[in-house]
Design a protein around this ligand. Structure first.
Ligand SMILES: [Zn+2]
Ligand SMILES: [Zn+2]
Length: 489
């Protein structure tokens, strides 16, 4: 058994790991796109499948974030014909994600897109959580009882809808030896969710892992707790709407948008329940999701209510609809989107708008920013990480800071950003709430290993910055002094 990494080594994107079972058989775990500064856009190679796929018998998908699935069209183009295993929910989301990625980044040619999606759907095999699925392997020698065996099982990862970590059970017989086959359990973490993320249950550790390949996005950080985070969201919005301005929240369509809706419904519900809040603006503020993709994903979140956590299910059982409540409006058509921007600019009434992309690097949020960045009644609320080089990061960086606003006597120093070549002065207020994270923090990553009954003898750390990986390595080594802890190369 040998593991090769084809991405998510020097950063968090491009996840793709190859598990070589024997000389004739291997499987891929994820096939993601490199993004942001990790994508070498000068060089088309970052898209290519630049490794031998002749032994690849299957692709196993942990979840449908683009940095885990975005290279699938290239894998298909390279001639991969094997099954693509994914959880039932991921299998439902994946064609939507790939279709959108092709449209945005590759081609507008409908017949190429259709052909690709058809191939994908033909090869997709949905697998239930917690159910073993055998892999079909090539016979590795003449003797039938000398055959490697492998099976996989998905477990809930709590990261986004359908997300999973994967257990791979190997029964590998060396081609020369005559001894009994050796049973070995390899676990690929995929992306692990944060324990107190809204909507989805926290991941439970596997019973056993001999070899563990684990992400380390927040290997060196711990998150703000959930109560503080929700309170923060509420307080910022309450302050923001006193001048009747709009609140803009850039958010990714899968996961973050649904988490926000869930939290907002909770705040609204609490205000409706308590008499002391009977005149609160929360009773009738419009919450607008302006993203057809987000609307499609929200629909899928509702189709898979059985995957929600206890709290969310108990809300359903008392007749609440955390993702489709009265004050929620969805904007679909582009024309309707333009009209909404215009309408909100004219009226003197607050509204909360959630639109993609999460880092403002494209999507409908950009039109809102063009309209409202120079409006001092508007508020922009960042709830996710803004990567270097994105419009979101620039707004965070150049927006006037609250303490600068207060400094008396001095006029407010206004920063600016360029959108589509046009200079826009930032007069809107900006806020950042940390703690909305789809990833387990350092303690979560440590607990994932600590709570295993049979702990790994070998850990490979991937999917993180240098510092995050190094810090996590140290903690794992303290926890398991005899184990081999490595940073994936
Ligand atoms: Zn992810
Ligand atoms: Zn990831």
């Amino acid at each position: 058994m040998r593991i090769q990494h084809h991405g998510a080594i020097n950063g968090v994107t491009g996840s793709c790991h190859q598990l070589h079972i024997d000389n004739h058989n291997s499987v891929l775990i994820d096939c993601g796109l490199f993004q942001g500064t990790e994508a070498d856009t000068e060089n088309e190679d970052h898209l290519a499948i630049n490794f031998d796929i002749s032994t690849v018998k299957a692709l196993i998908v942990t979840h449908c974030h683009i940095d885990h699935v975005g290279r699938i069209p290239y894998l298909l183009a390279a001639g991969f014909k094997g099954p693509i295993y994914a959880t039932t929910a991921t299998a439902a989301l994946l064609p939507l994600v790939i279709e959108d990625a092709l449209k945005v980044g590759v081609t507008r040619n409908q017949s190429i897109i259709r052909a690709c999606i058809k191939l994908l759907k033909n090869q997709l095999v949905p697998v239930e959580y917690r159910k073993w699925q055998s892999l079909e392997l090539a016979i590795s020698s003449n003797s039938a009882n000398n055959q490697s065996k492998a099976k996989i099982k998905f477990q809930m990862a709590g990261h986004i809808l359908g997300s999973a970590y994967v257990e791979v059970d190997l029964n590998v017989e060396s081609e020369k030896s005559t001894t009994r086959p050796n049973n070995h359990r390899v676990v690929f973490s995929g992306d692990l969710g944060a324990p107190y993320a809204p909507l989805l249950p926290a991941p439970k550790s596997p019973y056993r892992a001999d070899t563990l390949i684990i992400e380390s996005t927040y290997g060196d950080k711990n998150h703000q707790n959930r109560k503080a985070r929700t309170k923060n969201l509420q307080t910022i919005i309450e302050k923001a709407v006193t001048d009747n301005g709009v609140v803009l929240i850039p958010a990714f369509s899968i996961g973050r948008t649904q988490e926000l809706l869930y939290e907002l419904e909770k705040i609204i519900h609490q205000h409706k329940k308590q008499a002391k809040h009977k005149n609160s603006f929360w009773h009738n503020i419009d919450i607008i999701v302006d993203s057809p993709m987000a609307a499609k994903f929200t629909e899928q979140y509702q189709n898979f209510k059985d995957l929600w956590d206890k709290e969310a299910k108990s809300e359903l059982s008392v007749g609440r609809h955390p993702l489709s409540f009265e004050q929620l409006y969805t904007v679909n058509a582009h024309q309707e989107h333009l009209q909404t921007v215009e309408y909100l600019a004219k009226r003197n009434k607050p509204a909360i708008v959630i639109a993609a992309s999460g880092m403002c690097s494209g999507g409908r949020i950009v039109n809102y920013l063009k309209q409202f960045l120079h409006d001092k009644t508007a508020d922009i609320l960042f709830v996710g990480y803004q990567a270097q080089g994105t419009l979101g990061r620039d707004i965070q960086k150049y927006a006037p800071k609250p303490h600068e606003e207060k400094s008396e006597g001095k006029s407010k120093a206004c920063g600016y950003v360029y959108i589509d070549g046009k200079k826009i002065t930032i007069k809107a207020n900006t806020h950042t709430i940390s703690g909305y994270s789809a990833h387990a923090d350092q303690q979560g990553l440590i607990n994932f290993v600590k709570r295993m009954r049979i702990k790994p003898k070998h850990i490979l750390i991937v999917h993180g910055d240098e510092q995050a990986k190094a810090s996590l390595k140290q903690h794992y080594q303290e926890l398991l002094p005899d184990a081999l802890i490595e940073i994936g190369k």
